[in-house]
Design a protein around this ligand. Sequence first.
Ligand code: FAD
Ligand code: FES
Length: 262
Amino acid sequence: MSDLMRTYPVLNVKSHSPVMKSFYFRQPVPDIQPGRFFNVWLPGVDEKPFSVSDVYQGIMEITVKAVGPFTRKMMDVRRGDLLGLRGPFGRGFSHHQHALLVGGGMGVVPLRYLARQLRQRGFHFEVLLGGRCGQDIPFQNDFSEWAPTTFVTDDGSLGYKGLVADYMQDKIRESRLSFVYSSGPEAMLVKVMDLAAQAGLDYEISFERYMKCGIGICGQCVVDGSGIRLCKEGPVLTRQEAEKVSEWGLPHRDATGRRNNS
Ligand SMILES: Cc1cc2nc3c(=O)[nH]c(=O)nc-3n(C[C@H](O)[C@H](O)[C@H](O)COP(=O)(O)OP(=O)(O)OC[C@H]3O[C@@H](n4cnc5c(N)ncnc54)[C@H](O)[C@@H]3O)c2cc1C
Ligand code: FES
């Protein structure tokens, strides 16, 4: 791991939609666990955290959705531009057989790299992915090729209409799956934790908080009830760790470190 910023040329850029792109770099360190993340520095703009969406044949990919000033600027990045990378940070997913991967929105990003690794190991797994609409869900072809995959969208433009959690219990029951991985919006994760616990299943879930240092020193990403720093002990937590936290579903710390209770 390196907490030193190093610059890397962008080897390629792939567009998924007008607001979502993947960027490719030479793999900066040998072993990168799915679920870990890099702080990406866009010179003259800022530095922000992004999960690794794939590592394949010595090339690392990150995938960005334009939601604000930094990520909108990322949409202008071209092949050959230099970006800074610091990481990989945090703890990622471990490998489990007969798992259900449950992703929502950009939460599917770390699950895509996890799916590649599970498939490489010959593990059986299934996938349940949700988004506002079909365009919101990247890597549809990869997931569908690698495992039985169900899509759920708010507007019904891809797969079933509704919310991911509406389909999760049936999927676990029908397929006799024994472990859950999840990543996505916190409202979805709270339901996933509840449904997995009701079914008596262990899980690993990736949580997001506003991150600054990425290396555990600033305290910005501490989650209440546990002392867990999500950039260091997370972003992926086990069921035992996640159950210690008392603030899931409540307002997070904003960029100033204050809780935004509005
Ligand atoms: C561990 C982790 C992995 C992530 N992986 C991805 C990914 O693979 N792809 C992707 O598109 N996005 C990912 N994000 C979210 C991404 O970091 C934010 O969307 C981005 O920082 C927004 O910056 P902005 O200036 O464009 O938007 P802003 O307008 O500043 O913010 C838009 C949203 O992003 C959040 N955000 C802004 N800055 C940060 C920050 N420093 N840390 C955490 N959240 C922030 C804000 O709270 C707000 O909810 C990840 C976040 C974390 C913590
Ligand atoms: S971002 Fe600084 S402690 Fe986690």
